[in-house]
Structure formats: structure tokens, C-alpha cells
Design a binder for this molecule. Structure first.
Ligand code: BG6
Length: 657
């Protein structure tokens, strides 16, 4: 190992900041004909080369059973439509960098259970090593299904891969096991041949800048750490919403489900970063020790606790107005059993049994085919005492929230209360926001750059460790067991494009809380009322919205009552009923209703009932009045809608009331 490698191995994450190239090595990719290689690994290596972070003494040897030679592999990767030109993430493609990289890429076909193939591979690695002066260093990348890991390890050992003057390290792709027992077995199997220090278990969430920044944010800023405990934090929510469905991966997904696919790995990694104790240093194992301790402190539920604290869901088909299926439900997806009880959504309330977090609920929620793509972590602080505000007209103080926007939005936001200018005491939620895109001009990465780069420098900070993986499975196991023994009778139980099953919101409602839906301007702009609105207006409205769910048949607004809020339909349909109870119109996603009640204190002119289960945003009068005052153009639009829809004329005094 070179001197610089020693520096890196002790400096942990700091290594990525120093502009030194990767260590020399020959990288062997098992399963190189698959998607991961062309979509992520090669573009990541290309990105490193573009940023001068790839050693000149670096070569790639792909291998897979598919029959191909080096020239064909290079041609495939260079292809216009399904190669680097489609998958690179730079603003401009640099042909020169690619040309000098691609000539260092080779390929050898063979079967994973053929030891002779491994011997030939070893010989090629030795030749490449000599040609590119890679120092005898070998990086083995397992981009195959886990069932091959054991065989590959055994054959690597038989072919003498350990016998090299440099280092040997292996990167293992997820899923690492499918439950606690299989993860343990896999650890044992791999450790028969390799030391723990040589094994780098990938979780691509740890390659995301915004996830890595959780640590930097917590430990390089003195401001929040004193508040980071059960004295000041009320609850924490982890949201990983995906708008995509299983995207043709039904075969894999049906034996996985969201708990295995997202929660046990990606979400638990984020949980560990956010909640772990401060490490003694940024050295890889100092960090990983704290992560492991945190995961070991998450309560392992009994069956009763699973029933009470965990909800699962499965998406149904999307139908048009005529009742025709326009997008399949999960059970109709290719390679999914028609009676599948695999969950495509899960929401859980976890408890961390340690001094710092005792009593702070940790809510996790993730699913496919939801209303938006968005990963956020919301740290909700305790509310200040209300008593002081008695008699001021402010009857519910909002809590402060720190929101980590992980993707696609990348930033950090602090929401707090501010006094609305004017003679009376009125509060409005406002935010301070940091956006990655505004602050840094770095090129977009795939997330795999830092993984490959760190591994060459023996920096395991961003990789999972055997005990960490097992601790995570330990928490997930009772959920898997309960779900397997008790199939959910009501699947499918949420509509495509919705916020998930109602039971997920009931889980929090029971605790007097609600999921914090992070609305994006794009979602709000689906409503004609807000389409093309100025960013400032959109942001103000977003700050003021709260979310609620109505079940099919629920009455949301009752004719004759005086209301003080307006609704925006995020997902679902509502019927507008006249005084005879006849449906006069049906409103859908993006439509709003109830706005008139915000403007003038007159009884509601119609009854509104949920036709389907509905996800709704609610805007209260106090916020709304201020928005109207501050945005005359918007006020004019609301006036027009009120006139068109309800034939109600609003005068300027209504708008300034
Ligand atoms: C993968 C899962 O690990 O992560 C996919 O297998 C999921 O099902 C993906 O869609 C999400 O990753 P990202 O980076 O898009 O959040």
C-alpha cells in the first residue's frame, strides 16, 4: 500500500476532498454485461476520469457468461444509444477522455462456476497489471445476483487471486441477503475467503452527496447538535416516495417488496447517519461503529408491536373515466403473482431505545407508484408552550422543522414562524433554505464514483459492514415474519399516484401527528390556480399548506356551514352536490374547492363529498388572506374563479379582510 493510501485510510470521508486520483488497480467486474455496468459503473469511472480523479494506472476487465470479446464490449459501451453517450451525467460529452478510457477496458466471457475461466481471468489481470503498472492491486466488483457470490469467491480463491503483490478488495452489490439468516450465511460464506477489511458492501444511498452531507451537517455545525435529542425533537420522518412502479422488475420485486428493497438498506443507512452518536473521528470504523450501535438500539418488535406500528400497502390499477384500466395494478405487472401479497408500500413507527432518542418516534415511509418522487427527512422539533399566545388569536403554534431534501430536490430547509407585518399579531410559517445547486457548481454524479474511488483508497466509510447489515436485518425480520404468516386481505389498498394507504396516516394520527408532505412547486402547479405562478407565491403557498386525507364517501364540506379553509386535490375525486344532493360537477387532481369560504364569511354554497379516497392540501384563512394581500394578481385569479364557478362577486374589501 502506498503512503497516500495510508493517509486516505485514516482520513475517511476527508479523502474525497483532496484532489488526488484513485489508487492504481485492475477492476474486474463480474456480471459486466448487465445494466449496472453500462448505466452506472462505466459512467462513474468516466466521471472520475473527467475530473482527473482516475489513476492513469487503472484498467477494467469485465466478465459475464454472455459471449463477447473486448472489442465488442468496448463497442457496446461506446454505442450512441445504449452506451456512455446515453448514460453519462456531464453537461458535455468529452470524446477525448472517453477514448483514452475505453482502450483500457477489456472483456472475457465465462461461467462463474468454471474455475478454468477464473484462471484465465487471473492471467489477463496479470497482463493488464503489467501493461498499466497497476501495482498488483485488484478491485473485484460483484455486480451479479447474490446467489453467485459464494461460487465466485471460491473460484477466485482457487484461481489464486489472493496471490498478488498489491491489495485485493471486493465490492458487493445489494441485496445483501434476503433476511437475517441469509445475510448471516452470506457473511460467513464470503468471510471464508476474504477478511472483513477487504469486503465493501455497497448501498448506493451512501454515494449520494445529500446523504453524506447528513454527517457533515450534524458534526461540522455546532448549532444543532445540542438540540439533537429527545428534549427538543418531537419526531423524525423519513420519506422515500417513488412515482415509478416496478418498471418491469416484477420478477425481482415480487420476492423482495419495499421493506427489503428500500427500508432495510437505504432508509436504515440514512436513519443511522441522522441519529448516531458523534464518532470519535471521521475514520471509517469510528463512523461505522456508531452506525452499528445505533441500529442495534432500534427496538426489535414483537408480533404485537409489528401489528400496531407497521402498515403495508400495494398499489392498484389506474382507471380512466370509463372505468378502463390505463395502467396495471401491481398484481397485473409482468412476472408478479396475480394474488401476490408483496408490499409495494410500507410505513413504520420505530423506537430507538437509547438515552438520546428514548420516546422519540421515528416514522419511515416508502413506496412505489406514489404521487411524486421525493426523498426527504423531516426533523420536527417540539412545539413551544401555547399559553403565552392565549388571547392573541393564534390558537395553534406550528413546530419548527428541519427538512433535508435528499432528492430530486437537494438542499436543507429550516421552517419557522415569523410575524406577519401589520398591527396585529399573526404568524406565518417561513423558511430558510440552502440549495446545493445554487451553492455548488459540481457536475452531477451517479453516486458510484465515490464508491469506486473510496474503495481504491481503502476508505470504507461509505460502505456497510457485516455487523451493520445484520443489525438492520434484525429489525426488519419480525416484520417479514409477520407479513409472511399473515397475508394482507385488503390488497391492493392504495391507488396509483396517491399518498399510499389510509392506514399510514392513521398510524400517525393515533399519536396526534401527521405525515409531513413536502409539496414541490411542480405538484402545486398541476392546479390551474397556481399554474405559472411566481416562485415566491408558490413558495408562500407551500409553506402554508397542510395535508389531509378523505376516504370515499366522506363529507369534506357541508353546505350551509361557514368554512375557513380551501382545498387543493393532490389525488382523488370529489363530487360537488347541490341542495338537492345532486352531483353538479366532479373535481379531480389539481382542482381546488372551498376558496370562497376563505374570502367571505358566508355559508358554504355546496356540499363536497369524496368520490374516491382523496389526498388533499388545505390552506387556512389566516395564511390565505395574507397571500391574497401580498399577491394581487393571484387575488384577481381567485376572484375570477369564484365568479365563474359560484357566481359570487368579490369586492376589494373581501380580499383585504
Ligand atoms: C434501488 C431499488 O436500490 O433503489 C429500486 O432496488 C429503487 O427499487 C431505487 O427504485 C431507488 O434509488 P434512487 O437512487 O432512485 O432513490
Amino acid at each position: 500500500m502506498s503512503t497516500s493510501a495510508k493517509v486516505f485510510s485514516s482520513s475517511g470521508l476527508a479523502s474525497a476532498r483532496i484532489n488526488i486520483p484513485s489508487e492504481p488497480c485492475v477492476m474486474v467486474i463480474f456480471g459486466a454485461s448487465g445494466d449496472l455496468t453500462k448505466r452506472l459503473l462505466i459512467p462513474a469511472i468516466y466521471n472520475l476520469a473527467c475530473d482527473n480523479l482516475l489513476s492513469d494506472n487503472f484498467a477494467v476487465l469485465g466478465t459475464a457468461t454472455r459471449q463477447m470479446d473486448g472489442a465488442q464490449f468496448r463497442e457496446k459501451l461506446s454505442g450512441e444509444t445504449d452506451g456512455i453517450k446515453s448514460y453519462h451525467t456531464r453537461p458535455e460529452f468529452d470524446q477525448g477522455v472517453w477514448d483514452s478510457l475505453v482502450e483500457r477496458i477489456d472483456f472475457q466471457s465465462g461461467s462463474f462456476d468454471d474455475v478454468e475461466h477464473f484462471k484465465r481471468l487471473k492471467q489477463t489481470v496479470t497482463e493488464l497489471d503489467k501493461k498499466y503498472q497497476a501495482g498488483g492491486n485488484i478491485l473485484l466488483y460483484f455486480a451479479t445476483a447474490p446467489r453467485f457470490f459464494g461460487t465466485i469467491c471460491e473460484n477466485l480463491s482457487k484461481a489464486g487471486f489472493k496471490d498478488t503483490p498489491g491489495w485485493v478488495r471486493l465490492i458487493v452489490e445489494k441485496p445483501f441477503g434476503t433476511d437475517l439468516a441469509s445475510a448471516r450465511a452470506l457473511n460467513t460464506e464470503i468471510r471464508q475467503y476474504w477478511e472483513e477489511e477487504q469486503i465493501y458492501r455497497v448501498d448506493h444511498y451512501l454515494g449520494k452527496e445529500t446523504v453524506q452531507n447528513l454527517l457533515s451537517f450534524r458534526f461540522s455545525n455546532g448549532m444543532f447538535e445540542p438540540l439533537w435529542n429527545n428534549h427538543h425533537i418531537d419526531n423524525i420522518q423519513f420519506n422515500v416516495c417513488e412515482s415509478v412502479d416496478v418498471q418491469g422488475r416484477g420478477g425481482y420485486y415480487d420476492s423482495s417488496g419495499v421493506l427489503r428493497d428500500m427500508m432495510q438498506n437505504h432508509m436504515f443507512q440514512m436513519l443511522a447517519y441522522l441519529c448516531m452518536e458523534p464518532p470519535s473521528s471521521f475514520a471509517p470504523d469510528a463512523i461505522r461503529n456508531e452506525k452499528a450501535k445505533l441500529l442495534q438500539s432500534v427496538r426489535v418488535y414483537t408480533e404485537e408491536e409489528v401489528k400496531r406500528n407497521v402498515v403495508r400497502g400495494q398499489y392498484g390499477p389506474a382507471v380512466n373515466d370509463d372505468g378502463d384500466v390505463i395502467k396495471p395494478g401491481y398484481r397485473q405487472e409482468d412476472n408478479v403473482a396475480p394474488d401476490s401479497s408483496t408490499e409495494t408500500f410500507a410505513a413504520a413507527k420505530l423506537q430507538i431505545d437509547n438515552w438520546r432518542w428514548e420516546g422519540v418516534p421515528i416514522y419511515l415511509r416508502s413506496g412505489k407508484a406514489l404521487w411524486k418522487r421525493g426523498t426527504e427527512i423531516i426533523v420536527e422539533f417540539k412545539r413551544p408552550p401555547q399559553a403565552m399566545f392565549e388571547g392573541t388569536g393564534i390558537d395553534a403554534l406550528e413546530s419548527n422543522r428541519l427538512v433535508f431534501h435528499i432528492q430530486p430536490d437537494q438542499g436543507i430547509e429550516l421552517r419557522f414562524q415569523a410575524k406577519i407585518p401589520g398591527p396585529r399579531l399573526n404568524l406565518q410559517t417561513v423558511d430558510m433554505r440552502f440549495d446545493y445547486g445554487d451553492a455548488f457548481k459540481a457536475s452531477r454524479y451517479t453516486g458510484y464514483e465515490v464508491m469506486i474511488y473510496s474503495c481504491t483508497h481503502a476508505d470504507s466509510t461509505l460502505f456497510s459492514r457485516g455487523d451493520l447489515v445484520e443489525a438492520a436485518w434484525q429489525v426488519a425480520q419480525p416484520l417479514l415474519d409477520y407479513w409472511q404468516s399473515t397475508p394482507e386481505p385488503n390488497f391492493p389498498n392504495y391507488a396509483r399516484g396517491s399518498w399510499g394507504p389510509k392506514a399510514a396516516s392513521q398510524l400517525l394520527a393515533r399519536d396526534g401527528r401527521r405525515w409531513f408532505e413536502v409539496v414541490t412547486p411542480e405538484v402545486l402547479e398541476k392546479s390551474p390556480l397556481f399554474k405559472g405562478a411566481a416562485p415566491l407565491l408558490l413558495n408562500t403557498v407551500i409553506m402554508a399548506l397542510r395535508s389531509t386525507i378523505a376516504e370515499a364517501g366522506d363529507t369534506i364540506i357541508t353546505q350551509g356551514e361557514v368554512g375557513s379553509e380551501m382545498y387543493v386535490i393532490c389525488h382523488g375525486e370529489v363530487d360537488v352536490l347541490d341542495d338537492q344532493g345532486t352531483i353538479v360537477r366532479t373535481l379531480k387532481d389539481g382542482d381546488c374547492f372551498g376558496e370562497i369560504g376563505l374570502l367571505i364569511a358566508v355559508p358554504r354554497t355546496a356540499t363536497i363529498k369524496a368520490r374516491t379516497s382523496c389526498d388533499l392540501f388545505v390552506l387556512e384563512r389566516t395564511s390565505f388572506s395574507r397571500i391574497l394581500r401580498d399577491h394581487p394578481h393571484f387575488a384577481a385569479m381567485v376572484t375570477t374563479i369564484a365568479k365563474d364557478r359560484y357566481d359570487v362577486s368579490l369586492s376589494s374589501h373581501h380580499l383585504s379582510a
